[in-house]
Design a binder for this molecule. Sequence first.
Ligand code: PLP
Length: 390
Amino acid sequence: MPQPSARISHIVPSGKNGWEVHFAALARKEAGDKIIMLSVGDHDFDTPEGTVEACVEAVRAGYHHYTQLPGLPRLREGFAKLSQECTGVETSADEVLVTIGGQGALYAAFQGILDPGSHAVIVSPYYATYPGTVRAAGGRYTEIETYAENGFEPRLEEIEAALEPDTRAILINSPNNPTGAIYSRSTMEQIAEICRQRDLWLLSDEVYWTIRADVDHVSPRSLPGMKDRTLVINSLSKSHGMTGWRIGWLTGPAEMIAVMTNLNLVATYGIPDFVSRAAIAAVENGFGVKEIAERYKRRRDAFLDAIHGMNGVIVRGSQGGMYVMLDIRAVEEDSEKFAWDLLAAENVAVMPGASFGEAANGHIRISLCQEEEVLREAAQRIRRFAGEKL
Ligand code: PLP
C-alpha cells in the first residue's frame, strides 16, 4: 500500500490512546462480567424526551436535506443566546459556527489558527484529544503541568516559560476534564493578560459549564479586551444529554467565524438537518439542562461522601464537570498499574490519570456516569483495594 500522510500518521504517534483499560473492561462486560464502569464520560441515561420527540417530528416532516454551512440561522441564534448565558458577553448569530460536537469546534479552532509548525500551549492534565487535534492542524505544542496541591490551576510563570516566538494560542478547559477543577477569576485574568500582551488566541473549552457545584463559571471571553481573541468551544453533549447527536459550536469574532465556515464546506458540508431541528428544540426549551446538572451534583456528593477519609487517598478538584480525581500516590505512583489492578481485583473500571498527560500520573479519574448507589458501591471497592495495597 502507498504510505499515509505523515500528518495523519502522527495524530496518535505512540499507537496508545489512553483508553486501553476502558476497552478491556468493556470487552469483559460484554462477555458477561459484572463491571462497574467509571471510565467513560458519557451519560448513563438517554437524551431528554422533548429533544427525541423534536427529532422524530423533524424526520417525519421531511427535514432530510443539506443545511447552511455555518448552521441553520435559528440554531445559530439559539447558540448565540446560550453563549451569552455561558460567557456573560452579548453574542450575535454571526459569531457562532455550528460544528460536529465540541470536538468539531476544537478541530475547527486549531485548523483556524495554526499554520504548519506553529505552536500552542496546552494545560495538563487535559482532555485526551487535545494533542492529536493540534497535530492534525500541523502544529506543535508544549504541555504545562498543573498540580493537585494547587487545585490544578495553571500558574502564570509556567505559561510564560512555555511561550515561543511562534506561539499562536493557549488552550484551557474549565470546568476541567479530568480534574473537575474550575479556574478562579484571578487565574482567568492572569491568562487573559498574557494573551493580550503577547497577541495570542485563547481557546476556552467550556463544554461542562452547566455542570458544577456552587462555584461561579468565569469565561475568559468576558474579560477586558478578550472578546476579539477568544474562541469558546461548546457543545450540547454534556449539558443537554446529547453526546451521540454530535452537535456543538464555536463562538468567536464574526470575521474569524466567516473564515472558519470554509472548514464546514470541506470537512462536513454542514450539520445534519433533523439533528439541527432537534438541537433548536433542546436549546429553546432547555430540555434536561437543570435536571442533568442537579443529577451530577447529587452523584458527586454521594461519591465524595462514600470515599471521604479513605486511607492514603486524597480527593482533588471536583468542583464541576462529570468527574472526580483521586490522588493515589500514597498507594501507587503508576496510575495505569493501579487502574489495571483495580479492574482485576474489584471489577471497577477507571481512567488512569496518565491518559490525560504526565501531570495526572499518580491519579485516577472517576466518572460520575452511574447512579448514586453504584457510585457508593464503587467507592467501597476502591477503599478496600487501596487499603489492601497500603
Ligand atoms: N472537551 C472536553 C473537555 C470534553 O471532555 C469533551 C468530551 O468528553 C469534549 C470537549 C468533546 O465534546 P463532544 O462530545 O461534544 O465532541
